[in-house]
Design a protein around this ligand. Structure first.
Ligand SMILES: *[C@@H]1O[C@H](CO)[C@@H](O)[C@H](O)[C@H]1NC(C)=O
Ligand SMILES: *[C@@H]1O[C@H](CO)[C@@H](O)[C@H](O)[C@H]1NC(C)=O
Length: 296
């Protein structure tokens, strides 16, 4: 190659590295590991060359449900804090499925994070009440309607999904026993949490933009609207009515900052059709249209 060409290429690469993309951290879902997310990782690197993408390889495979959510938040939080401190200009956080609930916990609990955009990708942010493939082998004889008996107690809360199992017919038990979602939502009956709830809200409000991605053909998140902070109405046996985010009590009371973010135009809600749970991070069109535009 000619010298001039080489020099030009050199300056072009310098320029490219100057308009740098902010680093991206990704948290995997239930029974996954960092390698499970190689598709979305690759699409980001391809579209935004030079991006520092970190898929955290903590609590992988069976460890992802054999440890309580709060414990996982502590370790994911420490890893994220380290990257955040090295990037005062900000970073983006993507959480897939259970990983989106871990991400939210980190953002509420860990102070002073330089968080820019938080993308919650198919995450049951208002809880889950339905099939979880990985628990079938443990509770084959039980229907989802009976699972609360196993999960709403000290031992059940040692399993990750126990912390965000939300049975609309047993709301009181959920508030009394949930060691995770009831705290994030400030729905817990543990009065000692009140003091923390204000700090957690202040921490969460550091998020510049919250992107909620979910879709009706997800097949795993139940109800799928939980990905958009919607959920079944309490005590409705027929499970026929979804209370949307803006009518949820946690929204109306602004108990962790959701209403503030929304009123300031900092929430983007995206509905992705014809896409099942796994394809949410594997389908190039989905990632390109719903995720990449927010990673600048
Ligand atoms: C959390 O709930 C308690 C009890 O209902 C309430 O007093 C407190 O104001 C709530 N905290 C926030 C941040 O809304
Ligand atoms: C999800 O969708 C993909 C592509 O359409 C398909 O190959 C895969 O079998 C589906 N997975 C499930 C669990 O339905």
């Amino acid at each position: 190659m000619h010298l001039v060409g080489t020099v030009l290429l050199f300056f072009a690469s310098l320029l490219a590295s100057c308009q740098a993309f902010k680093p991206v951290i990704i948290i995997h879902g239930l029974r996954q590991a960092a390698s499970s997310l190689k598709d979305i990782d690759g699409y980001i690197r391809e579209a935004h060359p030079g991006t520092e993408v970190t898929v955290l390889d903590l609590y992988t495979r069976d460890e992802s449900y054999e440890a309580p959510m709060m414990e996982q938040v502590k370790d994911f939080g420490a890893a994220i804090k380290k990257i955040s401190d090295a990037h005062p200009e900000g970073f983006h956080l993507i959480g897939f499925s259970q990983g989106g609930l871990i991400a939210r916990g980190v953002l509420q609990i860990v102070p002073n994070l330089n968080i820019d955009t938080f993308i919650s990708l198919s995450s049951p942010q208002m809880g889950q009440f339905g099939d979880i493939a990985s628990i079938r082998k443990y509770f084959p004889a039980f229907l989802k309607k009976e699972l609360w008996r196993l999960l709403y107690n000290t031992r059940g809360q040692l399993l990750s999904f126990g912390g965000y199992w939300s049975d609309p017919m047993h709301v009181d038990s959920y508030r009394k026993t949930s060691k995770y979602l009831a705290y994030l939502n400030n729905e817990t009956s543990d009065a000692s949490h009140v003091a923390d709830s204000f700090q957690w809200k202040a921490n969460f409000l550091r998020v510049q933009k919250l992107v909620l991605i979910g879709g009706p053909d997800d097949g795993t998140i139940n109800p799928w609207q939980s990905a958009h902070f919607g959920y079944w109405r309490d005590c409705d046996r027929s499970l026929s009515v979804i209370v949307p985010m803006r009518d949820q009590e946690v929204y109306l009371m602004d108990s962790f900052g959701l209403k503030t973010l929304d009123q300031q135009g900092r929430i983007v809600i995206t509905t992705v059709p014809n896409t099942n749970h796994t394809m949410m991070h594997r389908d190039k069109n989905v990632v390109t249209s719903a995720v990449l535009p927010h990673l600048t």
